[in-house]
Design a protein around this ligand. Structure first.
Ligand SMILES: Cc1cc2nc3c(=O)[nH]c(=O)nc-3n(C[C@H](O)[C@H](O)[C@H](O)COP(=O)(O)O)c2cc1C
Length: 386
């Protein structure tokens, strides 16, 4: 294990700070920066905002730093300000970001996705209102979303165009192209976004997928296109680099997708070369009046535990994990292999350092860049003497 300055660290006392090998990639600890959309991209391209936003998590000691959901093609963005990786112009900034993350000890990782029928919306502060002609007058025109079936995800949303085989092939080609670009840009991990009601989840869910061909109906049929996407990515992604997949393990209260479906999916994903399944929930809307999974601390950990135990694949837990002891307990119980955090890292990007200290790691300051660590160690020495 190495600190961000490359100095070797002593053996960790906790599991959270034990390195983890994933194929040929070693992460210095088991903390993961969960993907977080920034709605700050221009024509899909990242900017200095992304460098600073993601870079500060590397400076704060994170093991793996994920970009936000990054669309494999322009129409697969949710909003005009969502990130994408479909243009050569995007490469230099992504390369700058991955170089920076790696130089400071984190594994650079990208979440790739396609919004499908959830495309052409406003940002979260408009509650993702579907774009209209009024937005078009402000230079933000709506575009035609696609999906497995012509079923809008909410009453006011556009009806998606049901994808035919040619369109599905075009989307597979976009996934391949994005994988090649992610490799060129220096990422070491890809997470395929199969959750939160986006295109892959739309194919999986009987609420969004009413197809009568080989891609609809039975669970096996509904998994077919998602697995074709995974195959497309795995075929181009080097063998020594890990692949993650994010699932919505449950729809919510009154939903139709349950944990048995998730376990079946996770088994299939593992057989198709997925190394880690990240367990989230929700996001697929439909005619059912579903309540979201109650947001209590660690509310999705039991899903990660079930996937790990019954599908025999590594899992990543996420969702209101905020305390170092809580994260360590999840790992000690064997409920997950990695701990992802989102909002707590917005509050404290140095959370890994804070957690390492709380868990008794003697050299927790070595997670910081040497330029910071030197001063803080000196302060500790002075304190110890006084
Ligand atoms: C600002 C923000 C943006 C998010 N964007 C994404 C995203 O791009 N992809 C994704 O899979 N999840 C996204 N999420 C969900 C988080 O990754 C995470 O699963 C969720 O916030 C629960 O973890 P937390 O309680 O640690 O925040 C986002 C969450 C936040 C707060």
């Amino acid at each position: 294990m190495a600190g961000s300055g490359g100095a070797p660290l002593p053996a960790p006392k906790s599991i959270l700070f034990a390195p983890l090998r994933l194929r040929g990639v070693v992460t210095r600890n088991r903390t993961v920066v969960s993907p977080m959309c920034q709605y700050s991209s221009i024509d899909g391209g990242p900017s200095d905002w992304h460098l600073v936003h993601l870079g500060k998590f590397a400076l704060g000691g994170a093991g793996i730093v994920f970009t936000e959901e990054t669309a494999v093609e322009a129409r697969g963005r949710k909003t005009h300000a969502c990130a994408g990786i479909y243009d050569d112009r995007h490469h230099p900034v992504y390369r700058r970001i991955t170089d920076f993350l790696r130089a400071h000890g984190s594994v650079p990782a990208i979440q790739l996705g396609h919004s499908g029928r959830k495309a052409a919306s406003g940002p979260p502060w408009t509650l993702f209102q579907p774009l209209t002609e009024l937005d078009a007058q402000r230079g933000l025109p709506p575009w035609q979303p696609v999906g497995p079936s012509p079923i809008p995800h909410r009453a006011e949303a556009q009806t998606p165009r049901a994808m035919d085989r040619a369109e599905m092939n075009a989307v597979l080609a976009a996934w391949r192209e994005a994988t090649r670009r992610a490799l060129d840009c220096g990422f070491d991990i890809i997470e395929v976004h199969g959750a939160h009601g986006y295109l892959i989840h739309q194919f999986l869910s009987p609420l969004a997928n009413h197809r009568t061909d080989a891609y609809g109906g039975s669970l096996e049929n509904r998994m077919r296109f998602p697995l074709e996407i995974v195959d497309s990515v795995r075929a181009l992604w080097p063998d020594d680099r890990p692949l993650f997949f994010r699932v919505s393990a449950l729809d919510g209260d009154g939903g139709v997708w349950d944990l048995d479906d998730t376990v079946a999916l996770a088994r299939a994903l593992h057989a198709h070369g997925i190394d880690v399944v990240t367990c989230s929930s929700g996001g697929i809307n439909g005619p059912l009046n579903m309540a979201i999974v109650p947001r209590t601390p660690g509310y999705q950990v039991s899903y990660a535990a079930r996937v790990r135990r019954d599908a025999g694949v590594l899992s990543c837990a996420v969702g209101l994990i905020t305390e170092p002891e809580q994260a360590e307990a999840v790992l000690r119980a064997g409920d997950a292999d990695l701990i992802a955090l989102a909002r707590e890292l917005l509050y404290n990007p140095n959370w890994p350092v804070h957690a390492a200290r709380a868990l008794g790691e003697p050299d927790y300051l070595d997670l910081l860049p040497p330029d910071y660590a030197w001063w803080l160690k000196r302060r500790e020495q002075v304190r110890a003497l006084s």
